[in-house]
Design a protein around this ligand. Sequence first.
Ligand code: SF4
Ligand code: MG
Length: 313
Amino acid sequence: MSTLLEVKGLKKYYGTRKEVVKAVDDVSFTVEEGETLGIVGESGCGKSTTGRAILRLIEPSEGEVLFQGKPLTALKNAELRKARRDLQMVFQDPFASLNPRMTVGAILEEPLKVHGIGTATERKEKVKKLLETVGLTEAHYDRFPHEFSGGQRQRIGIARALITQPKLIVADEPVSALDVSIQSQILNLMKDLQEEFQLTYLFISHDLSVVRHISDRVGVMYLGRMVELSPKKSLYDNPLHPYTQALLSAVPHPTPGEKRERIVLTGDVPSPANPPSGCAFHTRCHACMEICKTERPALKETGDGHFVACHLY
Ligand code: SF4
Ligand code: MG
C-alpha cells in the first residue's frame, strides 16, 4: 500500500479580535491507498472541519495536505477544480446537498459537465449505469430528490461523489441521519463500492459502532486535536487514551460476554475558543497529573501503528 493522503500540521483557526477558536489545532496523519480511516469524536471536536480543510472547501490556516505526494494546499483555483475530480465528499444530509429543482439525472451529470467528461450521450449512459451500481434503477433518472427515501437520497449523494471516478472520498457523517437498518445498507454499499472502484475513505462520524463497522484504522479527536490513532482492532480492544476509554466504555464490547467498566465523563467539552492548557482533556480526565496541566502531550507511537497523545505513555 502506498500513501494517498498526507496531512501535516493542519490548523484551522477562526479569529475575531477578541478570541481565536482553534477548530483544528495541529493535526497530522496519513491515509493509505485503499483503506478507510475513521475519524471519531464528539460534536465540535474538529473532525468535519478537518475533512473540509483537506478538500479545501474551507481554507486551512496552516499546514500542508499532500495528495499522491503533491501539495493540495498550494493549488490555485483552476488547478484545485481539476484536482477535485479525484477528491469528493459525501455529506450527512443528502437532502440538503441535492438541488430539489434538478432531476437525479441532471444532478449526477453536473460534475461530468464541470470537468468536461464525455459527450451528452456518454454522460447519460454513465449516469444510468452508476444509478444501478448504487442500488437504484435507470427509471430513477428523471425523478426529483423529494421522491426518494432518506436511504435512497444518500445513494444518490454517493453516486454524485463517484461519478468523476475519484480516488478519495471524505464522508462526513454519511449515515447519521438514517435509521439504523438503513445505516448498515449504506455502509455495506460503501464497502462494496470501495472494493469495486479501489476507493480510499476518510470516514467521519461521532458514532463508534459505525466507525468500527467500516474502518481499517481509527483516529480519535478531542478539541481540535488527534489524541489517538490506531489500527481498528488495537483501538477497540485496547484503547489507551483516557478519552477513548471513556467513549468506548459507552458502547458494547466487541467480544460477546465481555464488559467494559463504564467511565462517565464529567463536565462539558470546553470551548475551543478557550481550550485548557497542556493536555486539552485534563479538565475531564480521571488520570490527570501535574504535568498534564502545563505540557501538551505529543502524539507518540506505542507500538504497531498505535499512536496516543497522553503523558501516561
Ligand atoms: Fe489525562 Fe494527562 Fe493523559 Fe491528558 S495527558 S489524557 S490529562 S493523563
Ligand atoms: Mg460535524
